[in-house]
Ligand binder design. Structure first.
Ligand SMILES: [Zn+2]
Length: 235
């Protein structure tokens, strides 16, 4: 019989743009896989230093923001069970201006170093923010070069409950049940304090705040290997 020690270590590499992308968009999924023993490596292209939310009442400025958001991201990682964190040290809101080939090479190096089974990033046109789309495009190129793992794109809320609107079918979508991991997700939202202080619902009593989360997070399959996999699991 196979026991847990003999099972190969599963690895997930998430390449996003800003501190909070991991928690706000797919925190439940990351917490779920971390709780199952998956080794998660998070890459944040920037430190979110150009964010417009300065705390409530404001206590940050342009100078202090990067360090504050780095610390908050580390705390969010603890809430979610993410042990490896890398920054690409790119200035917030400038990812789209980095040479795409250079950016892809940096991500490719990380893919080779980590050796992930699953890679998460933004879709290069559905990412919603220029930094998101740029890091998604570079990570997709890096994935194609490195030829390692299966690629998935993170999506917002439950928009992929109706994939046809975006030219996709149900078969292109993975729907992850995160209902058992909403507490970790809420803790991660609260860790990103300067970004969430203004959102009153985040600070309601747990039972009330938790009702704001959906039970599912959705991912778009980004390559053939992902397409062959289950529709309720990334691995
Ligand atoms: Zn973002």
């Amino acid at each position: 019989m196979k026991n847990i020690e003999q099972a190969p270590l599963r690895k997930l590499l998430a390449v996003f743009a800003h501190p909070d992308d991991e928690s706000f968009i797919c925190g439940g999924t990351l917490a779920k896989y971390a709780s199952e023993g998956v080794e998660i490596t998070l890459v944040s292209a920037t430190r979110g230093d150009m964010g417009r939310r300065m705390g409530n009442p404001p206590y940050l400025n342009r100078e202090s923001m990067a360090a504050a958001r780095e610390l908050e991201l580390k705390q969010a990682c603890e809430c979610l069970g993410i042990r490896q964190l890398h920054f690409l040290d790119i200035r917030d809101k400038t990812v789209e201006f980095i040479d795409p080939d250079h950016l892809a090479s940096r991500v490719e190096e990380l893919i080779i170093e980590v050796g992930p089974d699953v890679i998460l990033t933004f879709h290069e046109t559905l990412g919603g923010h220029p930094d998101h789309c740029a890091i998604g495009k570079a990570t997709t190129a890096a994935f194609q070069r490195a030829g390692r793992g299966a690629l998935y794109f993170i999506t917002f809320g439950d928009v992929m409950e109706r994939p046809k609107r975006f030219g996709y079918t149900r078969e292109d979508v993975v729907k992850i049940d995160v209902s058992s991991h909403l507490r970790e997700k809420l803790a991660a939202f609260r860790a990103h304090r300067c970004q969430t202080e203004i959102d009153e619902w985040v600070w309601l009593p747990d039972q009330e705040a938790l009702t704001r989360f959906g039970d599912y997070e959705y991912f778009l399959k980004g390559d053939r290997k992902a397409l062959q996999r289950d529709s309720h699991d990334l691995f």
